[in-house]
Design a binder for this molecule. Sequence first.
Ligand SMILES: C[S@@+](CC[C@H](N)C(=O)[O-])C[C@H]1O[C@@H](n2cnc3c(N)ncnc32)[C@H](O)[C@@H]1O
Length: 396
Amino acid sequence: MLKGSNNSALLFEKIVDRIYTSSHKQITFAEYMEMCLYDQQYGYYNSRAIAIGKEGDFFTSSSISEDFGELLAIQIEQFWQILDKPTQFTIVEMGAGEGQLAKIILDYLAINNKDFYSHIQYLIIEKSTILKEKQQQLLPSEKYPLQWAKWDEIPSESIVGCFISNELIDAFPVHRIIKKEGKLQEIYVTVNHGKVTEKYGALSTQKINEYLTINNIDFNSPLYPDNYQTEINLYAFDILEKIAQTLKQGYVLTVDYGYDSEKYYHPQRYEGTLKCYYQHRHHNNPYVNIGLQDITSHVNFTALEKIGTSFDLEKIDFTQQALFLMALGLGDRLNNLSDGRILLSKLWQRRNQLHELINPQGLGGFGILLQGKNLNAIHRQTSLKGFVKLDESTIF
Ligand SMILES: C[S@@+](CC[C@H](N)C(=O)[O-])C[C@H]1O[C@@H](n2cnc3c(N)ncnc32)[C@H](O)[C@@H]1O
């Protein structure tokens, strides 16, 4: 038997065991997804097989080229300027994957902005042990002003700087709900005839109702058909609360794919947004390839915004990745390709990379939410380089 499938079988046994020992022989989908992705021994993000990039199950902006990270570094540098150049400016990256984004940002600033670089402390908060090891190999502490931290190691209100994440929230385990005979039910995972299957029951936590109220969503409305199902990302509460507790002053920049609440919970989106990625393909069955596939769901940006407000994180702005990168100079990078100093084969590769980052049907359509804490009127009034309003028709 292959090692991967062996691990998958072992994870399956562990999940079955957890289900049998739980009070109603069932676990929430969020618990199931947590085990599939983050089980310390066999979870997808803790397996040796995890690889982010064109060769892996999925790729991200920072695995395509250096442009995303370099342009983001320009925006981060402006945050430092706006905050009056604090002596220590901390960049906290949450969910850093293989560490590429951190490396690109730090390498770029070390060369292009030595003054800012000398004030940077970079912290990574990473849940996966295997990915943390990969990050530590790529980013030796003796070379970079970088450390790894756990939430409880960061003193409260100690961070002046910014929190950043790229495709973190979509990787959080979600609760799933379904409308059955007019009633809102939760989807649980149980075992039947040796297979993991779904069953429905009462909501496992009152927080689901709170989440829906915050988002102004009422599934009792006749607009929502029977069997309508969707996801609830309660981890968003936890992460925003932790950010708000540790941030003294500064910004929170979240890059991910998703919708506002109205689109997310549109009655026509009756199957939700849950997706699995396995060997370059996506499908929607989370009960196969256990521990071998990525499972994700789209991000509800309205929820992040509203939950953030309840923790004193105010919304500063929202844009799309394509507009953000163009405003920060991706267009100039595209124009510079035609100066004749680049080999034709390389030119096509570079052009494709840049286009991929701004493709509105793909990465370019990602949302970028900017929140802030303890910013004064002057901070708020400063026009942010990446959020300058561009005419979309000139880009797409
Ligand atoms: C889809 S990957 C994105 C990786 C990287 N940001 C990139 O753009 O390539 C999700 C990352 O978030 C990490 N992660 C998931 N939940 C986390 C949590 N609660 N705290 C810290 N990291 C987490 C995963 O281990 C992984 O590194």
